[in-house]
Ligand binder design. Structure first.
Ligand code: CUA
Length: 306
């Protein structure tokens, strides 16, 4: 999660401004440090020196120069900063992939309207193609931040914010909500998976494939899922259409659960199902009173959704 290892045009622009500000600051620190060292040596107490050095008051030239010098420094920083603001806030190019990002307490929802794909907490984007994110949320202010790709951009209820970037290198990039949003703010992580264009097309196709009917333990899990409160909050295409929690239609194709909290495995998913707030404080999903066997059955079902 280093902003110093930029892997998108947006992150490079930010790094560019950061570099300018850093070098300006280093230059000022050197000037001030050298001047301070010289003054300490030159005006140190010496035998026979007068106790009070010469006093200067109301020196117009000095007053003007130390007002103008910082203003010039701020101007030098402001020009490239404003240029980058305009470059990174420009309208997205026409071929950009539109994605709507919803920040929820405490997970991320990603909708691809043109592709009719919905996912959560793991955002897939194609390398080399601009993605135009529209950010919004139903509850409190969050902030989308994937240090190597883009952000921070606030997610504000009742307002549409935008963020456009082009990821350069396939790989997995970690992100994090960067605005305090409640008890589990720190647990509001995400992954951005940058795919090569053909791998992205395969991922999209896999997200839309009809789900195979589960068998054995997974079939038991599906029956439990369908008969419990799960359906009130979660969508699984063809099974339920709840909208409060993450869409689970292709849950098994993700690598992590609960907004990047744990790797996906039967043990972890079963532990989550038994008592979500124990793993993620204040999680909106309540403990459902499942037995160990029931939790394992539902976990097996969910992991098979891919
Ligand atoms: Cu969402 Cu912090």
């Amino acid at each position: 999660m280093s902003t110093l290892a930029a892997r998108s045009d947006y992150a490079r622009e930010i790094l560019h401004v950061y570099g300018i500000v850093t070098w300006v600051a280093i230059g000022i620190a050197l000037v001030v440090g050298v001047a301070l060292a010289w003054i300490i040596v030159r005006f140190r107490d010496q035998p026979g020196a007068s106790r009070v050095p010469a006093q200067t008051r109301g020196h117009t030239l000095l007053e003007i120069s130390w007002t103008i010098a910082p203003a010039l420094v701020l101007l030098a920083i402001a020009i490239p900063t404003i240029q980058v603001i305009f470059r990174t806030q420009a309208a997205p190019p026409r071929d950009a992939l539109e994605i709507t990002v919803y920040g929820h307490q405490w997970w991320w929802e990603f909708r691809y309207p043109a592709l009719q794909v919905v996912t959560a907490n793991e955002l897939h984007v194609p390398a080399g193609r601009p993605v135009a994110l529209t950010l919004q949320g139903p509850d409190v202010i969050h902030s989308f931040w994937v240090p190597r790709l883009g952000g921070k951009r606030d997610v504000i209820p009742g307002r549409l914010n935008r963020l456009t970037f082009t990821a350069e290198t396939p790989g997995e990039y970690r992100g994090q909500c960067a605005e305090f949003c409640g008890v589990s703010h720190a647990n509001m992580g995400m992954r951005v998976i940058v795919d090569a264009p053909d791998a992205f097309a395969r991922w999209v196709a896999a997200q839309k494939t009809e789900l195979a009917e589960p068998a054995g333990l997974a079939a038991e899990g599906k029956a439990i899922f369908a008969g419990r409160a799960c359906v009130g909050c979660h969508t699984i295409r063809g099974v339920s259409s709840g909208a409060l929690g993450p869409d689970l239609t292709t849950f098994g194709s993700r690598h992590t659960l609960a907004a990047g909290l744990l790797p996906i495995s039967v043990d972890n998913v079963a532990a989550w199902l038994k008592n979500p707030p124990a793993l993620k404080p204040d999680a909106k999903m309540p403990a459902l009173g499942l037995t160990d066997e029931q939790a394992r059955a539902v976990a097996t079902y969910l992991i098979g959704l891919k």
